[in-house]
Design a protein around this ligand. Structure first.
Ligand code: PLP
Length: 410
């Protein structure tokens, strides 16, 4: 289903022509489709329906916009958070505390206290000492913290090194061979209600094989723990499901993913938590920009747009591909580099790519920017954080204000 599509030669977000948005709020601007978000959220839930699902916890890091989180709460989603700020966003969006899980390798005492006081549904422990501190904090409050232990299964996720988290040298989780002993010690702590295991091996996984390998190892661990007399009622399978960014890319469907999970976890007898981010929100957003110049270059011209790496960091950070398209294509094609105005060579969106022919002043978009787009915005080069706008049918509203460039405290 196309939520961003051409009508009479003009790219629309649902029923709204993008030039109308550019005129109303200027560029660059992040544009989201509520229908695309609902489509993905309900699609994922439907695929998981045959499984014993405890919660679908949207990974807030992918997009913390409160209007989007509110929409996901309406679709029955909770949140996977990694900071006190993300907790505040999830609560402000109306997500139920029971449906919130707290991941992250560096939770501060203050953040753990806030989460305990909020009554969240699960803490994902990343190291044994964190469990001891959390137990003490919980006992003082007369509660037991619901926890699972994040295990590092030592599996190569086959994704970009900067978003691979499941190999033993990464900072995440406890090594799988040390997990039984750590689990036994954590189980003895009064302030913890130790329920099971969590795993997350990386993001943008377009091949399910590494995930299946990791989950199989977790299944073996669950059996080992039970054989040692421990209760295991919950397993959190993390997020990581990849999406197609380039036209020739493929990605597993929600049904492929759910089928693999169902096969691997068939005899586990646990409630499953899922933490999808990118797969829910990635295709629900685009970044609308305007061409400032088409500057002559040595091999190809540079299309300099008014969006930059501070709006969309993924190309600079991970050499990521985002499809570029003219809002009102003129018919021709050109070979070009695409770059933003920031004073870094790394502020580049594409090199030597064939694109719609564009001229100074034309509107264009980067597609599939809903995940890890606005979420990673910065003010580098004193650029204001770009606004965010949510389209729903033929209506739209601003859900993120354009930032300011002067710090009044200075
Ligand atoms: N859960 C954890 C623990 C993560 O670190 C991440 C992101 O890396 C996610 C969930 C979401 O991943 P994705 O957006 O790839 O689904």
């Amino acid at each position: 289903m196309a939520f961003f599509d051409y009508r009479d030669g003009i790219l629309h977000a649902e029923d709204v022509p993008l030039p109308r948005i550019a005129e109303a709020v200027g560029t660059p601007v992040h544009v989201y489709s509520a229908a695309a978000l609902r489509h993905a959220a309900y699609g994922f839930s439907a695929a998981l329906a045959p499984l014993p699902v405890a919660r679908r916890a949207f990974a807030v890091k992918a997009n913390p916009n409160i209007a989007l989180l509110r929409l996901l709460a309406e679709c029955g989603y909770g949140a996977d958070i990694v900071s006190g700020g993300e907790l505040a966003h999830a609560i402000a969006a109306g997500m139920k505390p029971q449906d919130i899980v707290f991941s992250g390798v560096g939770k501060t005492d203050r953040e753990m206290i806030e989460a305990l006081d909020a009554g969240i549904g699960q803490f994902n422990l990343e190291l044994e000492e964190e469990g001891q501190v959390l137990s003490d904090l919980a006992r003082v409050r007369g509660v037991r913290a619901p926890v699972v232990l994040r295990v590092n299964p030592d599996v190569d996720a086959g994704t970009h090194a900067k978003i691979a988290t499941g190999q033993r040298e990464t900072k995440f989780g406890v090594p799988i061979d040390a997990a039984p002993a750590i689990y036994a010690r954590l189980a003895r702590l009064d302030g913890l209600d130790l329920r099971g295991i969590a795993v997350h091996i990386g993001s943008q996984l377009r091949d399910l094989t590494p995930m299946e390998r990791a989950f199989t190892r977790i299944g073996d661990l669950v059996r080992t723990l039970r054989a040692a007399g421990h209760g295991v009622s919950d397993v959190d399978l993390g997020g990581g499901l990849g999406i197609a960014y380039a036209p020739d890319e493929t990605a597993p469907s929600f049904e492929d993913y759910a089928g693999m999970v169902g096969r691997v976890t068939r005899n586990w007898n646990v409630a499953l938590t899922f933490e999808p981010g990118r797969a829910i929100v990635g295709a629900a957003g685009l970044l609308l920009t305007r061409v400032i110049w088409v500057k002559p270059g040595v091999t190809h011209p540079y299309v300099i747009v008014d969006a930059a790496m501070n709006d969309l960091m993924r190309p600079a950070l991970y050499d990521a591909f985002h499809r570029f398209a003219a809002v009102a294509p003129r018919g021709g094609r050109m070979q070009a580099h695409i770059a933003g105005p920031i004073c870094e060579t790394g502020d580049s969106f594409a090199r030597g790519r064939e694109i719609d022919a564009v001229r100074r002043g034309d509107l264009a978009v980067f597609h599939t920017t809903g995940a890890y787009g606005a979420a990673m915005a910065s003010t580098y080069n004193c650029r204001a954080v770009s606004p965010q706008l949510l389209v729903d049918g033929d209506e739209y509203r601003i859900v993120g204000e354009r930032g300011t460039v002067i710090d009044r405290a200075a």
